[in-house]
Design a protein around this ligand. Structure first.
Ligand code: GAP
Length: 495
């Protein structure tokens, strides 16, 4: 059995060597929190985003593209200027700066997110916690550190302050008035954005997990707060079983399996919110094919919730290389916090007229970090067998879907293989490889998670059949070239 540390090392080595991801500006030593997607990582990311759009952008949901630089007023209104902070402490001996809550969590193995400055200082002092770098106990008092990157617009000396946006969410709020008008003034209205977010994390670590520049896929659903306990598809989803870790079950660490209907009654979660919980559940389990036992929704307590949320449950996936279940995604009930804030700051009415009344819509937010999910796929689908390492990605997430090999590079086999490759590449993501032994080519294809490989051999020239190999079982069958399409569809990891 590979230890979690070795597994992380192996995944990282494959990721860097094969082109999934690697540190940005490596030739200058790299910078913590910045990664580049290589060609394979980018292919997975593109596929993830396409699946996300297909699953979440239902009726009256639209995608926009706003900006990553937004004026200071936006963040005054949203509350980020005041409250988007992490607790910072500094070692007086070596001047290493780090997060006080992480120091407590790492040293004492207790949750410290959401604690007050007073509590953090008290715990650090009482437990005589030390600098994780040099071991000194001489730490500064904890203070809040704002995680937004500021910048000035215009020429040197300009005082016009803006920020790199720490979430894509603010763009749909700023676009709401226009989009509501343009989409025939109907609620619920979903406005999505997939784009970059920036956070000046104090101590980014864990590879893709805590980045300073990352991609979010977020959907803001605007609705009438009087309709929160309704959803037109409720009857279709009410018996769907959710895996939940409510605050009340934290000590027992038992995941509760509740139908949406029971969660509505017992946990008082509104139907509109539960609809999106179910939607996220099916995305992870059915679309991405994450094993059920590696998934649950984790409820955040009042102290832990983001400052804008009334209900806040995160999706946790089991990532053994990072020490257990970790947050990859969130579902937030942001109320009218943001639109209300923008109405006040801009002095513009953002009220709508709907259901015979005027009001500011409330918002439920589906918030995905794309990079965290990409990392999760690599870790969850990675397997090490006696003779090979592979990613057992579902075909629809695989960066390469079909590899095509001529058995040898002579006797007209490459020409025939090229002919097959061109046909297949027009419909699927195919890769042509003619270097090295066939066994090595299979291993290379396995290592990047390619679900199918086709080999063109001497028989192909005679009877137009090829060998089709399945990645997971390594079983090989003979298939006539015109029947390949049907075979891809019929196999376990169908395309
Ligand atoms: N708009 C709401 C929002 O941004 P969040 O919980 O701060 O909420 C949402 O972030 C998601 O963005 C997280 O679940 C995570 O997947 C991703 N994320 C947040 N901070 C990140 C970071 N520093 N590096 C990578 N992903 C991050």
């Amino acid at each position: 059995m590979t230890s979690p540390q070795n597994k992380l090392k192996e995944i990282t080595q494959i990721a860097e060597r094969r082109g999934f991801f690697f540190p940005t500006a490596e030739i200058y030593g790299g910078k913590a929190g910045f990664y580049t997607y290589g060609h394979l990582g980018k292919a997975i990311k593109n596929k993830f985003e396409a699946l996300w759009r297909k699953h979440f952008l239902e009726e009256n949901c639209y995608e926009i593209e706003g900006n990553t630089i937004l004026p200071e007023d936006v963040f005054k209104a949203s509350g980020h200027l005041k409250s988007f902070t992490d607790p910072l402490t500094e070692c007086k001996a070596c001047h290493f700066r780090f997060r006080a809550d992480q120091l407590i969590e790492d040293s004492l193995k207790i949750k410290a997110e959401g604690l007050s400055i007073e509590d953090l200082n008290k715990i650090i002092k009482e437990n005589k916690l030390k600098c994780p770098k040099c071991g000194s106990q001489n730490l500064t008092e904890v203070k809040w550190f704002n995680m937004m990157f500021p910048l000035t617009l215009g020429a040197v000396g300009s005082k016009e302050i803006a920020y790199l946006s720490p979430e894509t969410a603010q763009n749909p709020y700023l676009a709401f008035e226009r989009e509501f008008e343009a989409t025939r003034k109907k609620l619920p209205l979903g406005i999505a954005m997939i784009g970059k977010a920036y956070r000046n994390e104090i101590s980014p670590r864990q590879l893709f997990f805590r980045l300073r520049e990352f991609t979010q896929a977020e959907l803001q659903v605007f609705f009438d707060p009087d309709d929160i306990n309704k959803h037109e598809k409720w009857n279709l989803i009410k018996s769907y079983k959710l895996r939940l870790m409510p605050v009340s079950e934290r000590k027992s660490k038992k995941v509760k399996e509740l139908s949406c209907e029971d969660a509505n009654k017992k946990l008082k979660l509104p139907k509109m919110y539960l609809y999106y919980m179910q939607k996220m559940h099916t995305f992870f389990l059915e679309v991405l094919q994450i094993p059920r036992e590696k998934f649950y929704f984790y409820e955040l307590s009042e102290e832990e919730r983001a400052f804008y949320n009334k209900f806040h449950w995160d999706v946790y996936l089991e990532l053994e290389t990072l020490g257990g279940f970790k947050e990859v995604t969130g579902l937030h009930y942001r109320t009218d916090h943001d639109l209300g804030g923008h109405a006040k700051q801009s002095k513009k009415s953002l009220e709508v007229f709907w259901n015979d009344k005027k009001f500011i819509p409330h918002v439920i937010e589906v918030s995905f970090g794309v990079d965290r999910n990409v990392f999760a796929f690599l870790e969850i689908f990675y397997e090490k067998e006696k003779e090979r390492t592979l990613f057992k990605f579902p075909a629809k997430l695989s960066p390469v879907e079909i590899s095509i090999f001529p058995l040898v590079s002579k006797d007209k086999l490459p020409e025939k293989a090229q002919e097959v490759y061109k046909k297949i590449n027009a419909r699927y993501v195919a890769f042509y490889d003619d270097s090295g032994s066939i066994g090595r080519r299979y291993r290379r294809a396995d290592e990047i998670g390619c679900p199918f490989a086709i080999t063109i051999d001497y028989e192909t020239l005679k009877d137009n059949t090829v060998t089709l190999r399945d990645r997971d079982s390594m079983k090989q069958i003979r298939v006539k070239i015109p029947e390949l399409d049907n075979k891809f569809k019929a196999m376990e990891h169908s395309l």
